[in-house]
Design a protein around this ligand. Structure first.
Ligand code: DGY
Length: 321
């Protein structure tokens, strides 16, 4: 009997695909770095029962309308704003993500962005490698302390809470803003709820971990940056489109805020000549929140299990819809 066809939109480690290959014929875009061309994706989707997708793939209505056999889309990410959920529902296609297993890796990365930006780690490392270090200086590449400062976490989901746990280890004062109050986090971590603007006013580090929704799109706008302390550092490890990037550029250029640590952008990959990349007070990473080898393998295995389960008529482990 012919096995169902599953298409994977980027090269993933072979050893993570073993169980999926037992139940399905698997096609895979052969590149790790180049995204699958739209034309190829649409062609593959036409014959697939399952798709294993990346957050950079646009899984929209056009794709769902032309994928008559499609039963499941498993996204290799916790976020799924690249998928048209309403269109998936209309076609009765299950959508799955990879929550939990990436929480700690993403929180580690978020906290390293805080440290790297505050303590000017990237700038300092380049300074040494470029042979600029001539003598020790009392204020040479002096940055800002992180310990005992106030962190304001916008988006207190699983990753937000994991960042708060790390902040506790740095004796930080923890504020958070979220759609709903988190009594458990308040009790366990001493996190204190604030209205968005109060959080912005009081925080030394404003950390965006909110998912991208119609409510969060562009929420870090001119007004938001104006409300922050002049010494504030803005960190974004959520989604780029939560930020008005022009407003962020102006806020940094005009010293409205002190710095930014960014893992995500409105358009990814960010253009090499983007003004944000020219500023020494900006630490910019290429959306590597969950990118440890261990975690990415677990994410791939979970996505494969989700596809196998749905194709087998069972409930997915981590369904979104
Ligand atoms: C995700 O998985 O949605 C995050 O962006 C982690 O990189």
């Amino acid at each position: 009997m012919q096995k169902p066809y599953v298409f994977i939109t980027r090269k993933l480690p072979e050893e993570t695909l073993v169980s999926l290959k037992e139940i399905a014929d698997v096609g895979m875009w052969p590149s790790e770095e180049e995204a699958v061309p739209r034309k190829v994706l649409l062609k593959e989707a036409q014959k697939a029962e399952g798709l294993l997708t990346m957050l950079s793939d646009n899984i929209d209505k056009e794709l769902f309308d032309n994928a008559p056999s499609l039963k499941v889309v498993a996204n290799l990410a916790v976020g799924y704003d690249n998928i048209d959920i309403e269109a998936a529902k209309m076609k009765n296609v299950r959508v799955c993500n990879t929550p939990d297993i990436l929480t700690d890796s993403t929180a580690d990365l978020t906290f390293s962005l805080i440290l790297a930006t505050a303590r000017r780690i990237v700038e300092s490392a380049s300074y040494v490698k470029e042979g600029k270090w001539n003598s020790w200086g009392p204020l040479l590449l002096a940055g800002a302390d992180v310990h005992h400062k106030t962190i304001g976490i916008v988006g207190m989901g699983r990753i937000g809470e994991a960042v708060a746990r790390r902040a506790k280890g740095f004796d930080m004062n923890i504020l958070y803003h979220n759609r709903s109050r988190k009594p458990e986090a308040e009790k366990k971590l001493g996190a204190v709820y604030r209205d968005f603007y109060d959080l912005l006013k009081e925080s030394d580090f404003v950390v965006c971990l909110a998912p991208l929704t119609t409510e969060t799109k562009g929420m870090f706008n001119r007004e938001a940056f104006q409300a922050m302390k002049q010494s504030a550092i803005f960190i974004n490890a959520g989604r780029g489109a939560s930020v008005d990037e022009e407003a962020l550029v102006d806020a940094l250029k005009n010293s409205v805020i002190a710095g930014a640590g960014l893992d995500v952008y409105v358009i990814e990959p960010i253009a090499a000549d983007h003004p944000l990349l020219t500023m020494k007070q900006v630490v910019a990473l290429p959306h590597i929140g969950s990118a440890s080898v261990e975690t990415r393998k677990k994410m791939s295995e979970l996505a494969c299990r989700n596809i196998a389960k749905v194709i087998d008529g069972k409930k997915a482990e981590t369904p979104v819809v």
